[in-house]
Design a protein around this ligand. Structure first.
Ligand SMILES: Nc1nc2c(ncn2[C@@H]2O[C@H](COP(=O)(O)OP(=O)(O)OP(=O)(O)O)[C@@H](O)[C@H]2O)c(=O)[nH]1
Length: 476
């Protein structure tokens, strides 16, 4: 755009110079004719000189103050003796001063621009004018200057006057046309010189540079298609992309690896956080490779969270499985373990134990003392259990001792020893008490359920109570 502006500016200045010097030539000639208006030979010679000495004008006319042609060159125009009625001539006679006309259609039907210079006599009386016409469509210096430019990339030059009439254009047919559909025209008329991105009458985007010719108000426009201006850039862009591609790929791969290395421990930690209740989650978290400080901090936070949860779960589980007074397992826990034994076909013996006349203990010594008896009783029963056996409190003063992998005979011996141990115990405040024990055996070969086994043990216990208490009874 700037290149176009500079070129348009140069052309506009050259045009201005040409017009001013042409006008000076006419003015000088007009001066020399002040006392020669009656000499038609002289006038014709002068007209020929102006026409043929330089190529500024396509025709030269010398008129008197009535518009009558006194001399015209080339003579083939046959204007001598004819009255001039064209717009320029009428204006020249009226204004009696030097000026450059707007473009108009001449008497001879040419599209012309005419330079007028008045002729004054020695007493300053108006005698007529000398005019030089430039035919916009024919050859002349101005056409050489403005009309002929050859570009390969679709650039071209045109000139418009104040009325936006085209004076020069590579397409001759358009000369004389008024431009109406050029989006940059208003701006050009307004600012006189500059650059503008416009859409021309063919709808093509153009980068235009423009400059005005001050003496005529013409605007010289040099414009190039936007697309052809950007075309080299596209090539450069392609080259830049091609050359930077390997580096960009390398950078991309590096970033990808690095991002993966960063995200991997986070991903794994998030995965473990999602399955926080799975077994061994702490070990899994511990094994995650947290190679940078932030992930390490996250791992530690997660581990302490897991530990807290595990502790709480352990506490809750313990609460759910144990009897709060004695710390023995409760009925829920008992059933769970017995079912486990049954599934794994592990034989066991159930001792259902009930304190005799416990109501009396409570009634005599009070409930808190009764509680102490229950706790001590638990300890005694526990002292008869082995590592994988189980002590459960199943009711107020009822207990169950489960003896794993044992036959009834041995179980009975243990039950008897337990009963005696209780009987011999000196309970604090209370003194001696006794227990009754019902014994039931479970084997997979007997095909009885856990509930049936417990029920059998209860029945035997009931039998022991019926038989007078402080004794052991084996289920039949
Ligand atoms: N101190 C205390 N007493 C309890 C608890 N749970 C139940 N008991 C009492 O245990 C007693 C059970 O009485 P009973 O079922 O009549 O049986 P018993 O007096 O032991 O008589 P037999 O079993 O027939 O020998 C009741 O007095 C209950 O209040 C407890 O947690 N603490």
């Amino acid at each position: 755009m700037e290149v176009n502006r500079a070129y348009a500016s140069k052309l506009a200045k050259t045009t201005e110079l040409f017009l001013l010097s042409s006008q000076k030539t006419l003015a000088y000639s007009a001066d020399s004719l002040s006392n020669k208006m009656q000499d038609s030979n002289w006038l014709q010679t002068e007209a020929n000189r102006l026409k043929f000495q330089i190529d500024s004008f396509n025709s030269v006319v010398i008129s008197d103050n009535t518009g009558l042609t006194k001399a015209a060159s080339p003579e083939t125009l046959n204007l001598v003796g004819r009255k001039l009625t064209s717009a320029g001539s009428v204006r020249a006679l009226e204004e009696k001063r030097a000026f450059i006309s707007e473009a108009y259609i001449s008497t001879l039907k040419n599209l012309i621009v005419v330079l007028f210079s008045p002729i004054y006599g020695e007493g300053q009386e108006y005698l007529g004018f000398v005019s030089g016409s430039i035919y916009l469509k024919d050859d002349n210096i101005l056409k050489e200057l403005l009309g002929e430019h050859y570009y390969k990339n679709g650039s071209y030059i045109y000139v418009v006057d104040r009325e936006q009439r085209i004076l020069y254009h590579p397409n001759k047919a358009r000369i004389g046309e008024i431009v109406t559909d050029n989006t940059g025209m208003a701006r050009m008329q307004e600012t006189k010189e500059g650059g503008v991105l416009l859409t021309n009458s063919q709808g093509i985007d153009m980068l235009a540079g423009y400059a005005d010719v001050p003496s005529t108000g013409w605007i010289v426009v040099t414009q190039s298609p936007l697309e052809s201006s950007l075309l080299p850039l596209t090539g450069i862009m392609e080259q830049v992309i091609l050359r930077t591609m390997p580096l960009a790929m390398l950078a991309f791969i590096f970033i990808w690896f690095f991002a993966r290395a960063i995200s991997e421990p986070l991903q794994q930690l998030a995965d473990k956080a999602r399955h926080i209740n799975s077994p061994n989650v702490s070990v899994d978290i511990e094994n995650i490779n947290t190679w940078y400080m932030e992930s390490l901090k996250l791992k530690k936070a997660l581990l302490s969270g897991v530990k807290l949860i595990e502790t709480q779960i352990f506490e809750l589980r313990k609460d759910a499985d144990t009897d709060p007074l004695t710390g023995a397992d409760n009925r829920r826990s008992l059933m769970f373990r017995l079912n486990q034994f049954s599934v794994s076909e592990m034989p066991f013996v159930v001792l259902a134990l009930d304190i005799d006349h416990f109501k009396r203990v409570n009634d005599t010594f009070g409930h808190p003392i009764g509680d102490e008896v229950l706790k001590r009783m638990t300890d005694i029963i526990r002292s008869f259990s082995r590592a994988n056996d189980m002590v459960a409190r199943t009711g107020g003063e009822e207990f169950v001792l489960v003896l794993k992998s044992m036959d009834v005979k041995n179980a009975y011996k243990i039950a008897e020893r337990l009963r005696l141990a209780v009987f011999e115990e000196e309970f604090k405040t209370v003194g001696h008490i006794s227990v009754s024990i019902g014994i039931a055996h479970w084997r997979v070969s007997d095909s009885i359920t856990i509930d049936e086994t417990l029920s059998l043990a209860d029945k035997s216990l009931y039998q022991a109570k019926q038989n007078g208490r402080n004794q052991c009874v084996i289920a039949s």
